[in-house]
Ligand binder design. Sequence first.
Ligand SMILES: Nc1ncnc2c1ncn2[C@@H]1O[C@H](COP(=O)(O)OP(=O)(O)OP(=O)(O)O)[C@@H](O)[C@H]1O
Ligand SMILES: [Mg+2]
Length: 355
Amino acid sequence: MAGVALSDVTKRFGTVQAVSHVSLHVEEGEFFSLLGPSGCGKTTMLRMLAGFISPTAGSISIGGINVTELPPEKRDVGIVFQNYAIFPHMNVYDNIGFGLRMRKVARPELDRRVRAALEQVGLRGYEKRYQREMSGGEQQRVALARVLVTQPRILLLDEPLSALDKKLREEMKYWIRDLHAQLGITAIYVTHDQGEALTMSDRIAVMRNGAVEQVGTPREVYEQPQTHFVTDFIGESNILPARVLEVDHEYVRLTLAGFSVMAQRRDVSAGQQVSLVVRPEHVVLGLDAERRDLNQLTGRVTKELYHGSLIRYELQVGEQSLVAESQNTLEQQVFPLGAEISVGWYPSSCSLLLD
Ligand SMILES: Nc1ncnc2c1ncn2[C@@H]1O[C@H](COP(=O)(O)OP(=O)(O)OP(=O)(O)O)[C@@H](O)[C@H]1O
Ligand SMILES: [Mg+2]
């Protein structure tokens, strides 16, 4: 086991800058995700970590040792790809043992390790099966066992669930998360699926155009996105133009659609134009009394959409439109179209964007 550090890593392919000046530190034992849209450089990052390609500039270290110039086989890194990559002409046992046979591991040791890996991925009894006799999820578990059997210090996973159907993907993401907790291995997981990254990761790096835009825990990137891109990419948000009125040691006071609202302090100054971000599920509707702890505005209901477990409202607040989602519980009031209602949120549940 070991941590991973990237220092100012850049990768160019001809004129394409696939990765730009990335510096990251992944802690030992952490489940760390690289999240971003197609083409943002995620696979390129993994290929550099595995040693299949070299950075154009910058350095990579694993367990405190500079591995930038080391070939893949000297790095103790295992990689699982999107499309299983298991050999169709070999049974499960031989697939998993393949890497060990290549390394000339003696038969009894090989047998012990293959069986242990099968146990780890919950496939005991599958030794003699072939690829065509297994579901996609089982094949992906064989692919994972094939990597785990080599006892890598770092586990790299490149969109390992994207070839599976939705239901299986849901199951597998909890399964991988639990397996990681048992093994305690450092894992770097690539995905473009924000839901996957949020549920599985200890921390997430959100990438865009080869660069890292924000690094944080799932809660941090979801609740305190630092840029427009991160805000837009992760979940739905209200992004509302606002102007700073004053800044004190704890809060920023702003004017938004003619109302005065508070947000947590950021480095801004009076008069500055910013965007205030509030998630739909953090908007509280129909407050019946003056609540000094909440930002309180007034809006008119312009749309109501029933989603089963929640109800989604669109509101007009001054010149701005705002989306709110309420849990569909027995206690929750229902608001008719056209109703003028109070709209609020806690200063701690909104954030400011400066870009
Ligand atoms: N060998 C290569 N030669 C030239 N360009 C490349 C090469 N490999 C990747 N690229 C380019 O680098 C950029 C990043 O590619 P990469 O495969 O890392 O993206 P990704 O984030 O993994 O995308 P996806 O989610 O679609 O898998 C893309 O613009 C891609 O076209
Ligand atoms: Mg990729």
